[in-house]
Write a protein that binds this ligand. Sequence first.
Ligand SMILES: Nc1ncnc2c1ncn2[C@@H]1O[C@H](COP(=O)(O)OP(=O)(O)OP(=O)(O)O)[C@@H](O)[C@H]1O
Ligand SMILES: Nc1ncnc2c1ncn2[C@@H]1O[C@H](COP(=O)(O)OP(=O)(O)OP(=O)(O)O)[C@@H](O)[C@H]1O
Length: 543
Amino acid sequence: MIDFDRVTVHYADHGEPPLRDVTLHIPEGELCLVAGRTGTGKSTLLRAINGLVPHFTGGTLHGTVTVHGRDTRSHPPRDLADVVGIVGQDPLAGFVTDTVEEELAYGMEQLALTPATMRKRVEETLDLLGIADLRARPLRTLSGGQQQRVAIGAVLTNHPQVLVLDEPTSALDPTAAEDVLAAVTRLVHDLGVTVVVAEHRLERVVQYADRLLYLPGDGTVVDGEPAAVLTDIDLVPPLIELGRVAGWTPVPLSVRDARRRAADLRQRLTSAGPPPPRPAPDAVPVLTARKIVVRYPGTVAVAGVDLDVHPGRVVAVMGRNGSGKSSLLWALQGSGPRQGGTVTVTGPDGTADPASLSATRARRLVGLVPQSPADLLYLETVSAECGQADREAEAPAGTCRAMLDHLVPGLPADHHPRDLSEGQRLALVLAIQLTAAPSVILLDEPTRGLDYHAKQQFAAIVQRLAAAGRAVVVATHDVELVAALADRVIVMAQGEIVADGTTTEVMLSSPAFAPQVAKVLAPQPWLTVDQVTAALTRPGPPA
Ligand SMILES: Nc1ncnc2c1ncn2[C@@H]1O[C@H](COP(=O)(O)OP(=O)(O)OP(=O)(O)O)[C@@H](O)[C@H]1O
Ligand SMILES: Nc1ncnc2c1ncn2[C@@H]1O[C@H](COP(=O)(O)OP(=O)(O)OP(=O)(O)O)[C@@H](O)[C@H]1O
């Protein structure tokens, strides 16, 4: 269905070609997962399938890409639209209409389908993605995950023979991610649709994949069965890391498979004793919120939330798409809407409601890194951004740059923020926020687009902040990140807090939020491979 014959892609201002002499063949009816570190060329490979590369991205393509018998060189994206459906990384940027229903119908209008068919497919898709009650909503008022569902739906209504998805679950809650991937897998099995999906959170997709394309970063592509390819690379989901620690071969690809083999590991962990508990929090909270209410026309996003946040602690806020996490963070930070309730934050100069202060003073109490950090960067260079941050925080010149070097050493000062990798951009925005030395740091879905290595770096940064006495609140769908990082987990549903406890309590009590290690070892209280490794290597009690 998809053939790459000796394909090389060069971007003009980019030295090394992301794809170099790549030959591969993806048969009809396969689900093919594309993996590799940030910036290795996954999106480039995906965009070459529908001709966006090179027709729209610039650069040059040598060799031949053939899709369903059509050469992409002579068939630009519009001539492939009846065969290939593509969902990009940034849903908002890809939308062409204003409302959910219009967006779902748009592609079918281009294919000139009958109104009856269009109607039927729109209804099916609204149900499939759980967005029926959003049908009339303007797209820009949707939460991040709701937007991602619409973007996927808008492609599914066209019934493409080839479906290309670039990080389709990055903003989805764990249950929605499973639903979407199960639906996509049904298309593969029942209708013979060919699917190519790039994803950093391999744990979400690998069990559905027939084939894994791994981009090591030198322009080549390693192509094989998932279990075989994963045996040889260091970029692996927790389940496979666990399999390596336990010495299982071949490596397990599903939780079910791992559970079957885990009896011996459970035994060893039982004799090692439970993981050490995390220390109890300070008695005095640094942030106190009472009866917070956020309303939009027709929606109550936050419905009377009470919350205390303590210094030195990392709190994760989880919950389904649209449950009110972002709205809560913006209300706590003070610049988002808030129709009711009180927020007080304690800083070096005393206690205040950030919403009652100037932006500059508020930033000394609470810093917020938004879902798309690029939104906060608007100057031409890294050093201009840093200088501006120093001035706004009335901090000595060089404060922000020192903070940035602490996070990611050695970023060139004259780089344009646009040319930074996702992880570097995140570090820059974090450094800008930290320059004001806020007591509380709020992070909204900070690991979208980060590979496993970048995520580890990020977790280390957050742990250092907490160790230095900051309070950190992270809204996220990334259960593996939460397991590794958070002291406490809050779960929101329809604007209310429905669970609040230690990470272990909350994650073990709800299968939707359990990390892979917990699923394998339940009911024992292990959440991460690090905990398991530490227990297995801990010296036993003297005989
Ligand atoms: N239109 C473009 N012009 C110039 N360089 C580009 C362009 N698009 C991508 N690149 C560069 O090509 C390389 C591969 O980019 P690509 O987006 O394919 O990576 P990726 O593996 O999808 O990364 P991520 O995991 O962050 O999505 C990167 O170094 C990137 O900076
Ligand atoms: N400007 C707006 N107008 C109308 N409704 C809105 C607006 N902004 C958000 N909402 C709605 O408020 C609810 C909460 O949105 P919010 O972004 O806080 O959710 P979330 O938990 O962060 O979601 P996600 O996990 O998808 O990021 C959602 O139903 C959303 O559609």
